[in-house]
Design a protein around this ligand. Structure first.
Ligand SMILES: Cc1ncc(C[n+]2csc(CCOP(=O)(O)OP(=O)(O)O)c2C)c(N)n1
Length: 688
């Protein structure tokens, strides 16, 4: 273990730089110590490189954290957020010192990991390692895509970098290879990752688990790689950043040999510095060893603050200069400038939804994935901000926009993305694109593989990001590929994510309505859950409630005769709705009056008024739910008077219709179960 004295004096910094770096370092130390909770080690070791970036390179305006052409900075190692909060405070963002003193406390703007939307200047919620780094790839993609769309000769209105500060954990996570590979392949030269190479994770030395040559790994991905041996060498980091900025067609990794807990006599270079307060005595010793006043805590020297606050004037001037350029651009290209503002504000063109297709019975049977593809074909040209693709399943998920070209290094104006078989990165890249703003990002795969992208989906929901997922092959009905490919528990899993709207449309027309909901939802992700197999088309003439019903989550598709209260309500979703309709007819021949409720979205239905839900599902009427997915969730959703035809296993390999039949998804079984429910109720009534 190196002593603080040897390291602290290893690179003599100009006095002001040293003061600034130590200001960041000790603000972080004091925040964690006061909270007696948090991660001091990474901020202490990375303060100098963060200072080099924020002082010498980063383009930002503390007075306008949302200025569209700012550089993006993501602290992927979110546990080190005390460093970010210190930077935001000293450079003049709206984050008073009081907030730093309330680190990790109820209602503060300094939560335990950075939360997008809670703290001005925080560009992404980070903490799950690897996600922030991959958000950075998404942001860098958004930058070049918007640049390709809007920049014109002499008018560079989209021209900024994306910087990421990542740790060992970020690079250990598999997603970093998915993301690194995509970024290298796409030649994202404006993506620059500072890697805090401190050789320590929670369990100890990286020698325990992480011994490959990281530089060689990223070089193999096509990245420009540099190493800075001395973490405190601000000039060396600044120079490396400058070199990185000159790499126009390669993303950059700058590995900086940092020291966790830098300066702490007993904890530096040990895992003990990672995730707990240093302790009062160790804080004192550390401050004394670096000639820093022991008290008061949260000390910010005036000269350091004045220097940091130079960012305000600098940022305002840079933004003002950009605004002048935007004005000149608007004069020459008024329509384009209008469009730029519209997409940045997430507005939609007035007529975006006029003349969406109305499918008729004769169009069927049609898989909802096919109907979705047809909607994308129509929306694609109307909404040039739609950009997405799939994880190597485009022909199956029908996610391409005809004629929109491939997004590739030779053509960043292309809007069809090829994520490769990298679902986790796809999800996190979509998040980065949404966080950047200016795009409507979407991504597709088979529903069963949404499990590979749960971490980014969770973050999309947490951050209310408008990301659209297209999940096809949505049940055992997909057939021959068998249990590994037949989703069962995924639907309930998606529905359980707070803020995620899941829509499983029953036919082509419900699919149109579902897309309408998805595009209109500006806050929060939407999962469209679609079939592989063809389904009858529910003609709008016979079922006029579809377009108004789908946005409500559940609605009456076919009712008992007007004079009758229904004997039973059949609730079905997606591909089971047409079975419910047939079951209703069959039951009627036996004198049982059934109502069919199509419920494409339990989330949206649950958010309707009590009155509306009572109208659709009146108290006392028994329910039979038919859904080719896990039964979990339905009981609690609609109460005890319910039976469920569902799948409580992993499915089986056989042609889809055969599998569906074996698992009970037949009109006969629906009728049998309906009678069973009614008989049981009669029995109960006679016992009373
Ligand atoms: C996906 C994920 N897994 C586990 C964790 C828990 N965790 C937080 S930090 C960390 C590793 C710390 O090592 P490093 O990334 O090198 O950070 P440092 O020790 O330098 O602070 C782990 C496992 C996490 N935040 N995210």
């Amino acid at each position: 273990m190196a002593t603080s004295a040897t390291l602290a004096t290893a690179i003599p910094l100009p006095a002001l730089d040293e003061q600034c770096v130590n200001t960041l370092r000790f603000l972080a130390v004091d925040m964690v110590q006061k909270a007696n909770s948090g991660h001091p080690g990474l901020p202490m070791g990375s303060a100098a490189m963060a200072y080099a970036l924020w002082d010498r390179s980063l383009k930002f305006n503390p007075r306008d954290p949302h200025w569209p052409d700012r550089d993006r900075f993501i602290l992927s190692a979110g546990h080190g957020c005390a460093l970010l909060y210190a930077l935001l405070h000293v450079t003049g963002f709206d984050l008073p010192l009081e907030e730093l003193k309330r680190f990790r406390q109820w209602g503060s703007r300094t939560p335990g990991h950075p939360e997008y939307g809670k703290t001005p200047g925080v560009e992404a919620t980070t903490g799950p390692l690897g996600q922030g780094l991959t958000n950075g790839v998404g942001m860098a993609i958004a930058e070049v895509a918007l640049g390709a769309r809007f920049n014109r000769p002499g008018h560079q209105i989209v021209d900024h970098c994306t910087y990421v500060l990542a740790s060992d954990g970020d690079l250990e996570e598999g997603i970093s290879s998915e993301a690194g590979s995509i970024a290298g392949h796409q030649h994202l030269g404006k993506l620059i990752v500072l890697y805090a190479d401190n050789h320590i994770t929670i369990e100890g030395s990286t020698e325990l688990t992480f011994t490959e040559d990281r530089m060689a790994r990223f070089a193999a991905f096509g990245w420009h790689v540099q190493r800075v041996e001395q973490s405190n060498d601000v000039d060396a980091v600044a120079l490396a950043l400058k070199n990185a900025q000159e790499q126009k067609d390669r993303p950059s990794l700058i590995a900086v040999r940092t020291h966790i807990g830098f300066g702490s006599p007993h904890k530096q270079d040990t895992a003990a510095a990672h995730g707990e307060a240093l302790g009062v005595d160790e804080v004192r010793l550390t401050k004394e060893g670096m000639n820093w006043p022991v008290s008061p805590s949260f000390h910010i020297p005036e000269e350091a603050l004045a220097h940091f606050r130079g960012a305000v004037a600098r940022g305002s001037a840079t933004q003002a200069e950009w605004e002048l350029r935007l004005k000149a651009f608007a004069q020459e290209y008024p329509d384009l400038a209008f469009e730029f503002q519209r997409v940045i504000d997430r507005g939609l063109p007035a007529d975006w939804d006029s003349g969406l297709p109305a499918f008729v019975s004769a169009d069927g049977p049609m898989a909802t994935r096919v109907a979705s593809g047809k909607v994308i074909e129509i929306l694609g040209p109307r909404l040039p901000e739609m950009m997405g693709g799939s994880a190597d399943l485009g022909p199956s998920t029908h996610t391409s926009i005809d004629g929109a070209g491939n997004f590739e290094p030779e053509d960043w104006a292309g809007r069809n993305m090829h994520f490769g078989i990298r679902e986790n990165a796809m999800g996190a890249i979509l998040n980065g694109m949404a966080l950047h703003s200016g795009l409507i990002p979407y991504g597709g795969t088979f529903l069963v593989f949404c499990d590979y992208m749960r971490p980014p989906m969770r973050l999309a929901a947490m951050n209310a990001l408008p990301v659209i997922y297209i999940f096809t092959h949505d049940s055992i009905g997909m057939g021959e590929d068998g249990p590994t490919h037949q989703p069962v528990e995924q639907l309930v899993g998606l529905r359980s994510i707070p803020g995620m709207v899941v829509l499983r449309p029953a036919d082509a027309n419900e699919t149109v309505a579902a897309w309408h909901v998805a595009i209109g939802r500006k806050q929060g992700p939407v999962a469209l859950v679609l079939t592989r197999q063809g389904l009858p088309v529910l003609d709008l003439k016979s079922y006029p409630a579809i377009m108004t019903g789908v946005p409500l989550g559940g609605y009456i598709l076919a009712d008992a005769p007007a004079t009758e209260r229904p004997d039973i309500i059949l609730i079905a979703t997606g591909s089971e709705v047409h079975l419910a309709l047939e079951g209703r007819e069959r039951l009627a021949t036996g004198g049982v009056h059934a109502r069919v409720v199509s419920m494409p979205s339990t989330n949206l239905f649950a958010s309707q008024s009590d009155d509306y839900r009572e109208k659709i599902l009146p108290a006392g009427v028994p329910l039979l739910v038919i859904e080719a997915g896990s039964p979990v969730g339905w009981q609690s959703f609609v109460g005890p008077r319910i039976a469920v035809i569902a799948v409580d296993a992993f499915g089986s390999s056989a042609p889809g219709p055969v599998v569906m039949e074996h698992y009970g998804f037949t009109v006969e079984n629906i009728c049998r179960q309906a009678h069973h429910v009614l008989d049981q109720l009669k029995e109960k009534a006679s016992c009373v």
